[in-house]
Design a protein around this ligand. Structure first.
Ligand SMILES: Cc1cc2nc3c(=O)[nH]c(=O)nc-3n(C[C@H](O)[C@H](O)[C@H](O)COP(=O)(O)O)c2cc1C
Length: 378
């Protein structure tokens, strides 16, 4: 058996293989509520053989949404729709995961196909979607042309930490088996971690230890509301790619602190903090973020997930076999082909006769395979 298709365990949860569906915002929710789009979007990845299916960035507070279309778990009413999704994913053999987040100064943003700029008059006119005031560790706009967010008071900080805990309780009630905190790509937890967005002078800013405090308290709050036998992960931006920003050595220290707070896996991405400068140091190539995952895994002694510009099954196999990562996550490749895991398993020799596909498809594919072989057609 390949390494990619070997099982993996975190706490009491076993993933049947090392392939995760990376969280992908759909911008299709209304008032944070999921609908049949989310069920079909996520369900097809379970049918396609992924071991872990993460639901998209889900806001722990209404004001913490990035866009009007984000999913939310700030209200018990949002549990039932998600429960239907987790039941389906589990029945098809995938572990249902959820990414919890707060957008901070990136809140009140337009959808990607409307340029990811702040919500404006066009949204009000075309969709009756109104802007709202964002909060952040410091009153520094995300980028040029963005409104200045409100600096969070200590009461705001305490409330958001508590909201993460309440959303964790709802995640459990909705049937999720792993939570990932969105602490990357310039969202609120990352804003606290990075000196580019956090210029506070109280105990929540300044030294790396102070900047890490919010992430640790979020982990503590989740752990207080989430069963001990279920895993907790964090997605971090290993580097801001900017002078004066987070570097991988900082991220290693952050990972150690998170491990002590009960975090089991770091999903290693990079970038996205915003600011005036372009991240010139960033060079994109296949799997370009995975060396950071390897470094964090080895130095902070914590499981890692590799993500970003991965599509080649042999390369993913090497990353797991070489213990650079414990799992890999794919986003765009799976949008292109939700059956990527089944095809990767075929390529690696673990799914020769379609035995890993759901029987409703696998039985027919196996029969066709035999017939085509007999006829010498394929
Ligand atoms: C449609 C779409 C939505 C995304 N939404 C999220 C999200 O909600 N949370 C997140 O952490 N990353 C999000 N991302 C980033 C992906 O999870 C992933 O890290 C990134 O696309 C790189 O992986 P890839 O090269 O396999 O696409 C999104 C990406 C796409 C394509």
């Amino acid at each position: 058996m390949s390494h990619l298709f070997s099982s993996f365990q975190l706490r009491s949860v076993t993933f049947k293989n090392r392939i995760a569906v990376s969280p992908m915002s759909q911008y299709r929710a209304k008032n944070g509520l999921s609908n049949s789009w989310h069920l079909v979007h996520l369900g097809r990845f379970a049918i396609g053989g992924a071991g872990l299916v993460y639901a998209e960035a889900t806001a722990v507070e209404k004001e913490g949404r990035r866009t009007h279309g984000d999913l939310g778990l700030w209200d018990d009413k949002q549990i039932a729709g998600l429960k239907e999704i987790t039941s389906f994913l589990e029945a098809e053999g995938a572990v249902p995961g959820i990414q919890l987040g707060h957008a901070g100064r990136k809140a009140s943003e337009r959808r990607p196909w409307h340029n990811e700029t702040p919500v404006d008059d066009e949204d009000i006119r075309d969709r009756q979607e109104y802007p709202w005031t964002a909060i952040a560790p410091s009153a520094i706009p995300y980028a040029d042309g963005w409104p200045t967010p409100q600096e969070m008071t200590v009461a705001d900080i305490d409330r958001v930490i508590q909201s993460f805990g309440e959303a964790a309780r709802r995640s459990y009630e909705a049937g999720f088996k792993i939570i990932e905190v969105y602490a990357a790509h310039g969202f609120l937890v990352h804003q606290f971690l990075s000196p580019i967005a956090n210029q506070r002078t109280d105990e929540w800013g300044g030294s790396l230890e102070n900047r890490t405090r919010f992430a640790v308290e979020v982990a503590n709050s989740i752990r207080a509301n989430w069963p001990t036998d279920l895993p907790l992960a964090f997605r971090l931006s290993a580097t801001d790619w900017l002078d004066g920003g987070l570097e991988v050595d900082d991220t290693i220290k952050i990972s150690r602190a998170l491990k002590l707070a009960g975090v089991d896996m770091i999903d290693v991405s990079t970038g996205g903090i915003g600011g005036k400068e372009r991240p010139r140091r960033m060079v994109i190539e296949q799997g370009f973020q995975t060396p950071f995952a390897g470094q964090i895994r080895e130095t902070a002694d914590i499981s890692t997930m590799g993500v970003g510009f991965l599509w080649d099954a042999e390369q993913c196999e090497k990353l797991v076999a070489g213990e650079t990562v414990d799992m890999i996550a794919l986003a765009r490749e799976l949008l292109d082909d939700p059956n990527w895991p089944l095809k990767a398993a075929k390529l690696l020799g673990d799914n020769q006769h379609h035995e890993l596909a759901p029987i409703e498809a696998g039985w027919w594919l196996m029969k066709r395979h035999r017939l085509l072989s007999k006829l010498g057609l394929r």
